[in-house]
Design a protein around this ligand. Sequence first.
Ligand code: ADP
Length: 400
Amino acid sequence: MPVVAMIGGGQLARMTQQAAIELGQTLRVLSGTAGEPAARASADVVLGSHTDLAALREVARGAHALTFDHEHVPTEHLDTLVGEGVNVQPPPSALVFAQDKLKMRARLRELGLPVPDFAPVTSEADLTEFGEAHEWRVVIKTVRGGYDGRGVWLPDTADAAVAVVREQLAAGAPLMVEQRVEMVRELSAMVARSPFGQGATWPVVETVQRKGQCAVAIAPAPGLSDDAAADAQNIALRVAAELGVVGVMAVEMFEKADGSVSINELAMRPHNSGHWTQDGARTSQFEQHLRAVLDYPLGDCSPTAPVTVMANVLGAPAEPELSMDERLHHLFARMPDAKVHLYDKGERPDRKIGHVNVVGAPGGSPDDPAYVADIRERAERAAHWLSHGVWTDGWDPHHG
Ligand code: ADP
């Protein structure tokens, strides 16, 4: 059976390992330490850094495909590996658009795809020119290396924007500025593409962000018209084909008041907005990613329920007294249908340590607000209980 090597030992690699097991494979991971979530779950681990070419070579040796659980591997190392015959998927020529926000914006604009107006910032003057042209409704981003809201600033005034740029330029960070989009909500269109050129899309989801990171995903996005959903899916398929993406990709978008969308981010790997597929779709994003990078025919992306809601378990400000084991006992007693996915990570404030999927009962509809609200409330309540050890509705296990 084939060996897939994944760079990064985080929860995405850990959950890809679960899917690999079902396909009769063992995922090989490159992990910084033996304590990372995927290293603890795989028998085939290389310890080393994703910036060390020797470690990358070692994990790639004999693998049928080399892929990623994050996009922080230096592009030049990946080019070297490709030159040495390693099957890097997605190829560095595509991955660079998930690594470099400026290149991504420029390429998508060139393709005529909807993106917010943007400009590179190498001086305060660049910022001022763009800010004045956009009434200072701006977002400043580091071009590379940001994630979960790190490296993104939404300053409220010109002075605040200048202060960010001054500080970041002094620290040597390549920067860009873009128009702040007036959005009604955030969407994510997850697609998969194989080297053969087959494409597949899951229903478009709504994502809810808190403190700059994804907290909840609702699949499909409630109330999204069929036309708008098809538009978003077609945009994502087109991005995948035009950039030559292989594997799964999340295309994060902003939905605007007029119903149109603007592309925000690309993630060329399994993504938080696709976790719902583990319990709510015929093929999970993790299995699909393996199928795609190995050029197997892709799996069916149909949902198995009218609505599935994923809520992240984000570390509480202080670790609860009740152990995670006890919290699980209580959760399972109250919500037998909650599907729990824990990453075997230490609890720290706001850290993603797991997620809960709640799959809606048959017969409901994403256009029925009460049905959606009930599933969402249960998913969020379960996730909050697991992180905080507190029921948001004051439920008492002994008295109900
Ligand atoms: P990350 O790489 O950390 O995921 P993003 O580019 O997705 O960073 O930005 C994080 C969050 O900041 C987004 O989810 C969104 O809420 C907000 N944001 C980013 N760009 C814009 C924009 N152009 N207009 C409005 N909000 C934005």
